[in-house]
Design a protein around this ligand. Structure first.
Ligand SMILES: [Zn+2]
Length: 103
């Protein structure tokens, strides 16, 4: 079990230094690694309130209704879902939801 430390209104980090945000469409958290260490690594603008991650975040996982894909750009505190997402917000851009400690 990973312990999360809330970093800002929208971001949390783990002990290993990974950054996590809540995905409003998957209704789960996605995480990225930044800084030195094993690949893959993402760039982070250092802004915890309005984070920008590069490149895009792509997550595939198995759910009760089959395989789901989530592909997004996190830019300036907003999350842009790309057209290859399997969920409802594909093609839309929304604000990052507030981090909830019990997530
Ligand atoms: Zn997602």
């Amino acid at each position: 079990m990973t312990a999360f430390c809330r970093l800002s209104r929208v971001l949390a980090k783990s002990e290993e230094g990974r950054l996590f945000f809540e995905c409003p469409d998957c209704d789960m958290i996605h995480g990225i690694s930044h800084g030195p260490g094993p690949e893959p690594r993402w760039g982070w603008n250092g802004d915890a309130e309005k984070p920008t991650f590069t490149p895009s975040v792509l997550v595939w996982y198995r759910w009760t209704d089959g395989d789901r894909g989530c592909h997004s750009f996190v830019t300036d505190g907003r999350i842009q879902f790309l057209g290859d997402c399997t969920h409802e917000l594909a093609g839309q851009t929304v604000d990052l939801p507030e981090w909830e400690d019990d997530a």
